[in-house]
Design a protein around this ligand. Sequence first.
Ligand code: AMP
Length: 280
Amino acid sequence: MLTFNDPGKLQAWCRLRRQKGEKIALIPTMGYLHEGHLSLIAAAKRKNATQIVVSVFVNPTQFGPNEDYDKYPRDEKADVTKCRKAGATAMFFPTPRNMYPEDYSVFVNEDRLSATLCGARRPGHFRGVCTVVAKLFNIVHPHFAMFGQKDFQQVQVIRRMVRDLNFDVEIAMAPIVREKSGLALSSRNTYLSDAERTSALAISEALRTLRRKMHKVSKLPAGDVKKQILAHLVKNGLKPDYVEAVDAETLAPSETIRKGVAVMIAAYAGKTRLIDNTII
Ligand code: AMP
């Protein structure tokens, strides 16, 4: 497995691989890798990628001023070992300075899907995400890029960016990987105390209960379900940021929960903001 720090060197290497007829997959991450990230490598293999490039970059432009950029967990060495074992063929560890020179001045804004949910609570977040992903697409020029459903709004925003800016990249989404307890894996879970971790289970529990209900009926009123989920989160000591039922394509609010609706949750366990979702 190769590792790169310099965008130009990775770009030249990827260009050569593409010319040789190889199928290149890109997996953008912020590192501190867990089984959720590694499932994206496995998915890229199943899609017959011959080169799997994992980028690890805690992207400063997607963090708000009061967010956790400085304390975001980092462990480059462990990430390299895990990626090698999982079958990645190259890793990219850029520095903030070689991604964003001092006089950097171009950003990508997606204005519609970014306006709700996490985008509404984290101003500038998806501008940072779109900008860094656009840069990674231009550096790697992958045949496809893998993203996790864990960040479902992110997937839809990136799909829109790809459509609207005519990027020559297929976007593939992989399911959410969970602990046995149901908790969705996240690098941020490392912030949780034992008590907060127990509280956090309420999020996946609420979604599991909903999925179970939806096996028996074809629709439910979103208002009632949202109320029940909010109450469950609060009862378990979480501070909900939002609980929303939205159309999975447009992310517009939905009055009913039915096929094609995504139920999206963001909640704080202590100071840690957790997200999860289910698509009916
Ligand atoms: P991050 O490092 O948090 O920016 O995540 C990098 C990629 O891994 C994103 O596409 C995430 O959606 C995906 N990812 C993170 N956690 C999970 C998970 N538990 N299951 C599946 N994919 C995940």
